[in-house]
Design a protein around this ligand. Sequence first.
Ligand code: SF4
Length: 441
Amino acid sequence: MLIRNAPDVYEKLRHLGGMATDDVLSPAERSDGAARPSDGWERVGPRGGVTPHAGVYRAAMPNGKRISLLRVMFTDHCIMDCHYCPNSHWVPRRRYGFKVDELARLFAEMHGRGMVDGLFLSSGIFKDPDATQERLADVVEAVRSRHGFRGYVHLKVMPGVADDALIERSQRLGARLSINMEAPSAERLRRLSAMKDFDNGILAPMRRISGLMQERYGGAVGQATQLVVGAADESDWDIHSRVRSLYGDLGFKRVYYSAFRPVRHTPLEERPATPPIREHRLYQLDWLSRIYGYEEDELRPAFDDGGFLELRADPKLMIAVGASERFPVDVNAASERDLLRVPGVGPLAAQRIVGQRRRHSITMRQELQAMGVVLKRALPFLRFPGHKPAAAKQSEMPLFRERLADAPAPPPQETAALHAAHAASGCVSCPLTPTSCGMAA
Ligand code: SF4
């Protein structure tokens, strides 16, 4: 398959800026930590409105600041066989590719005009991983040295890259690096690609990057990755176990989840799509572990015997309902950690409660609401002067889990329809309120 150079740079941008949306990383997030719907990216213009600028997206930085990125692929030509990917060699369509100087100039021009603040650079593997990585590094080198750009560059590292000097160079040039892991183990990855090597092509460079970040001053300071959810029959527990080791052992900053969508002409084209709610539940679990500080043994009850998260209720609610003896917690006496275990109470709200009650007792639900507590979710789990949840509500909590357990577990592919029907029905299986179960929101 040939890369044609006939199209002009703007036509390439239209295609390769658009194609990069199939390669999801760094999605902008809601303040409650939930991933945004669809692909997690907002397409925006320099002043915040929707715009025809191809490839310009708004993303959340690690510090919470939101910036506009040129999110683009160097080429969508790829020799690889990933069964879920529209860029794989299976898919017969026209491919596009930039030249190094062309892409560097384009970015510099867009940055100079205030259209973008940073660059997210990805690519298909057009010859081999090292040759592709070299080209990507060349683009960033040109952007940095020739055009004087000092800002944020998220640089993809190609799976299978073997040249250590290239990994070092990429670490020096980028601000954040990522290699897509795609599946949580070698065995699962083999179901998605016969060409990728999990241990040597993915884990080994990840370890090398992690080591470089610890040894060196400067260069990329964060590493991220992405997993495709539901393409390799992996369980949520498989994913969670791998993700925990990435955060814990390799110091990853973020892991992103992308629900599998079948692509025509690929070996998985007949496989039903993974319901987006599964991706959403994994993001929620990720936040419980990473931001809320849940320990491993606290998270285990969120999974069923098969290692899957309950799709009909969020993991925090599942954990809380399973530990109903701990509730209700006293708003005016509970530790910040215990407050954080209450559904509807996030880190900011927990901090505000602890700060506020140093001055006076909290006695009104309006105060909690003003501090960011989601009352519909939290009230069954909290007590304060003037509010004690009805005993019936408490006694129903264990039943909630039993009812879910008794209900036939939906096959994952049917869950989207189930979700819609459940939300429309007003959450009949839930002893809490329709919104507090997390389904109707
Ligand atoms: S290596 Fe990347 S771009 Fe190429 S087919 Fe696999 S996922 Fe797609």
